[in-house]
Design a protein around this ligand. Structure first.
Ligand SMILES: CC(C)(COP(=O)(O)OP(=O)(O)OC[C@H]1O[C@@H](n2cnc3c(N)ncnc32)[C@H](O)[C@@H]1OP(=O)(O)O)[C@@H](O)C(=O)NCCC(=O)NCCS
Length: 155
């Protein structure tokens, strides 16, 4: 498999990262695309957004954003460590890049002292529930303010 790396987004790669897109029918699961995610990061500084582009070798293939050690204010702000957005470009899905990225994020937050990584997802046909279940996430029994199912991965 290609070497997966999380890289900062700057003026040298912003256009390439903005061209990353899921399938139209998957947009409901990520609230649009990378531009929407970056707009959310600007709109919710209290959620302490931390984001990176996902590279497979030299190719930008995705985007990931987490809430970094945030003070939880449920149901609006989930944390302290919350996987907020995960986008793998439609052309690059099903090659293990999503799984590799989540494992990297898990290692990253574990090193920061996190005891669990949370995430949530919108239910529907083709939702990422099975993807997260394979990675060891389990439902907490709670939902966020939009009715998304909250999952936790114990670290
Ligand atoms: C969900 C997503 C991040 C998965 O990334 P990916 O790189 O395609 O997934 P991987 O190749 O790493 O898949 C890992 C495993 O999960 C499975 N899987 C991936 N997406 C799945 C889905 N939607 N439903 C069921 N299984 C899925 C794969 O078949 C693979 O199974 P295996 O363990 O038998 O090999 C990606 O498809 C995506 O961006 N989807 C649209 C946006 C989205 O739903 N994001 C997550 C919510 S924020």
């Amino acid at each position: 498999m290609a070497q997966i790396e999380l890289r900062e987004i700057d003026e040298t790669n912003l256009d390439a990262v903005l061209s990353i897109a899921v399938r139209t029918d998957q947009e409901v699961f990520v609230g649009g695309g990378v531009a929407d995610a970056l707009a959310d990061a600007d709109a919710y500084p209290e959620a302490n957004p931390w984001y990176r582009a996902i590279y497979a070798d030299a190719t930008p293939v995705g985007f990931v954003m987490i809430s970094w050690d945030v003070v939880p204010q449920p149901p609006a702000i989930i944390g302290p460590w919350y996987l907020w957005k995960l986008i793998i470009d439609a052309e690059h899905q099903q090659r293990g890049y999503g799984r590799a990225t989540v494992r990297m994020v898990i290692e990253l937050v574990r090193r920061e002292g996190a005891s669990e990584l949370l995430t949530s997802y919108v239910e529907g046909r083709g939702d990422p529930g099975p993807f997260y279940a394979r990675l060891g996430f389990k439902p907490t029994g709670e939902r966020d303010e939009n009715g998304e199912i909250i999952l936790a991965h114990q670290l």
